[in-house]
Design a protein around this ligand. Structure first.
Ligand code: ZN
Length: 150
């Protein structure tokens, strides 16, 4: 078990130090800003959609290692997905980090995103892990005002 935990830790550390897709997206047609006041995490998600598919996803902002790694892995995960798939992925991810996934026999089947499964043991960090996802969902609705996880 600890080897798996080390691997997960390493992936989160890697994505928080060298976040992927951490840049502005001038051609974005959907964006939203999110804030987690409990931790001080700020994230802005930029999306470029075409034919109902997320063609490009980037983020800006600063936050703790968990929120940065989560935004980095999320932008990788949703690229190429349909809007429905991206939203379904968020629901599965949400169930994973809140621990609700453990109550069902379904495998979360979230690939790399499963590195956040340990977060459910730390309720304070759940908001860090889900901030980028909540913000992505708001961006999909094209609501431009800032959101908070409160
Ligand atoms: Zn945080």
């Amino acid at each position: 078990m600890s080897a798996i935990n080390d691997l997960y830790q390493e992936l989160i550390r890697d994505h928080s130090r060298r976040p992927r897709n951490h840049r502005p997206l001038p051609e974005a047609d959907h964006s939203a800003e999110g804030h987690n006041p409990l931790c001080g995490d700020h994230v802005t998600i930029h999306l470029k959609l075409a034919d109902g598919i997320v063609r490009e996803a980037t983020f800006e902002g600063t936050g703790c290692a968990i929120s940065t790694a989560s935004a980095s892995l999320m932008t990788e995960a949703i690229k190429g997905q349909t809007l429905e798939q991206a939203k379904a992925l968020f629901r599965k991810f949400h169930n994973l980090v809140t621990g609700e996934a453990r109550e069902t026999s379904d495998s979360p089947n979230l690939g790399k995103l499963e590195v956040f499964s340990g977060v459910c043991q730390y309720p304070m960090r759940v908001k860090c892990a889900t901030l980028a996802w909540h913000t992505m969902e708001v961006a999909l609705e094209n609501e431009a005002q800032p959101v908070t996880t409160e």
